[in-house]
Every structure is written in structure tokens, then in C-alpha cells.
Ligand binder design. Sequence first.
Ligand SMILES: *Cc1c(COP(=O)(O)O)cnc(C)c1O
Length: 390
Amino acid sequence: MGDPSRFGVYGGRFVPETLMAALKELDHAFRTIVPGEKFQAEMQYYLHEYAGRKTPLTFCRNLSRDLGCRVYLKREDLLHSGAHKLNNALGQALLAKMMGKERLIAETGAGQHGVATAIAGAALAMQVDVYMGEEDIRRQALNVARMKMLGARVVPVSSGSCTLKDAINEALRDWVTNVETTHYLIGSVVGPHPFPTLVRDFQTVIGNETRAQVMEKEKKLPDAIVACVGGGSNAIGIFTPFLGEETRLFGAEAGGEGPAGKHGATLCRGRPGILHGTYTYLIQDAFGQVLESHSVSAGLDYPGVGPEHSFLRDAGRVSYHPVTDQEALDAFLYLSRAEGIIPALESAHAVALARHIAPGLAGDDVLVINLSGRGDKDVAQVAELVGDAL
Ligand SMILES: *Cc1c(COP(=O)(O)O)cnc(C)c1O
């Protein structure tokens, strides 16, 4: 048996001693409570009746004709809240409740994970405090208002660059102090063990549904699956049931301004190091200082990545590619016009990569794109960036 906190050499638990007790308590609860009948029955209610699972797998007639293979979209954009993040927020909130916690804290960059946590907190009647960098609060006014309307408190973070990675540090500090009453609800497959495993397990519902849906419609497994990778939770969620199969798996990273400019392509252009309690690929300078990432889509703007993706990268099981801001913007309009479905800018990265891959597939090959979220939140930004080209 290998070390359950590791994915090959990646992962682990690089945290101060004061956090070890909390992580061990969480790990124990994860292994004992989650498999139990009571948790599973409650989760069934929240995912299906409350949040609207299962999400459709849509065969795209126009995209299939245009790209020359059989293209499906996994519709996480149709989940309550408009993105996949709610799968994890509901799972962790329910686990925390059954552990006897009263309060949830979360970090958020663009505000999407903060909103998902605020929704889960309201549904489960728990207090929610969301740490958010002052710079992000300024940039994401709509999500700040949404969180407040949902009953959450937004706590401004004014350390470091006043963005996501600083908000994570503050949330970790709060957790150490208030661990008796409080659960730290991390938003992606990042951070110290058991978070990368816990969040993956809550997102694997995407892949399990996809597998059954493709089987039913096509009588075979998909030939290729594409997902975007920020922290990596929607990607690992759809990839997991296919890791032992022949399905080709592709991850789209934030290529940002391109080879010479700022980016968020951690796996394609980073090196391993330690951030937020885990050993994984990072965007860093020659001295190991973590650098600011950049992406047109806030959800992919993180200088780290889930440790399991680092392992899958080195193993060659998943192939990761950078998609530039411009390619993502093109794909945003492409999907909107071809199918009448406006994707999140994050998900548009997966659509762009699918357009690259499709020419290498045969006419009856099945290609699944994980549409991690809907694009309403990005409409104003895209209109401004694209301007006259609309
Ligand atoms: C947050 C977000 C992502 C990126 O997060 P992952 O953990 O990599 O999935 C992707 N798509 C949408 C719609 C998001 O909100």
C-alpha cells in the first residue's frame, strides 16, 4: 500500500503542526461518515432534488457536423448555481454538518466558489464566512453581492497581492484558530491531504454520470474527453472513471497571453514546489517564489494545480495543453453561435482545445467536452473585450 496522501511523489500534507489535528479529524470523518447510508441518502437529496442532477449529456448536432466527429457536452452549466462547484460545496457542507460543525469558511478568487459555499450554507443552515482579496472584491462586485444576499459574510484580505492565494492563507489561519466549530471548505482538488481526494470524490459524480450516459447512447466508452484545468476539480471529476480505460484525456490550461506573456499554465510551463500544503507543479521564479498567474477567466487564474494532475502529467496519462485568452474568447463565441449555449470562459478553454483535437479523430469517434459552467457571469467582460467584433 502506498501513502494515501500521495499521488506518486506529489500531494502530501506540508502544514504547520497546529493544522495536523484538524486534517486528521477531517480525514477520519471522510473515511467513516461519507460511505455511510445516512450521508449517502442526504447527499442524494441535495444533489438530485435540490441541485438538479443528473445533468444532461447533450449531443451537439452542429458541432459534430463542423468538427467531424460525434461531439457531446456534459452540462454542468445546467446544475443549480450554473457550475460544477456546487457538487463539492454540498458534499463538504453536509460532511461538516454531520461532524457537528456550525460554521463554514471558504476562500474565493472570482467569487464562484464563495457563491457555491454560500448556497450550500443556506441550504444546510450553517454560518458562512468567505475570505476574498480586496483586489478581487473590487473586480467581482456581482458575486460579492450574491454572497451577501445568500447570507454569507465576505471578509476582505489585504495581505500580499490581495488575491486568491492570499485569501487561502487567511482561511487556513482562521481554521487553525476555530477548528472546533468550523470547517474549511476548499474549492478545488488542491491543498493538503485529504482535500485533493475528498474534492475529487465529490466531483466524480460528473464522470460516473458521463460514463453511463455515453454507454447508453453510443454503446461504447468515449474516445476522448476534454476539460479545463484551474485547480483541476471539474477535470479530475470527469476523468476519474476513465483513468483505467483507453479513453484519451485532455486538460486545457490557461495559456493567457501566449508563450511570451503572463499565463496560468501550471502543468505546461511550471515546476514542482510546495504551495498551500501540497507538493505539486507551480508557477514560480528561479528562487521558488510563487508568481502571479494570469487568465482571461478568473476561475483558471491560480499559480498551482491539484497534485493528482501533476502525477497524471508525469505519467503521461492525461495530456495538458495551454489555450490562450484569445483562443478561449473565440471558442466562447463559437459555441454560443454554433449551439446556442453560452459557456463560462473557463469552459471555453475546453471547447478551444476540443477544436484542436477533433481533426485527429475519426467520424464515428465520440468526443466529450466537460462544460463546467455557464457564461452569464462573463457576458459583460466578453462584450467589452470583443467590442466591435460582435
Ligand atoms: C472555478 C471554475 C473552474 C476551475 O476550477 P477547477 O477546479 O479546475 O474545475 C472551471 N470552470 C468553472 C465554470 C469554474 O467556475
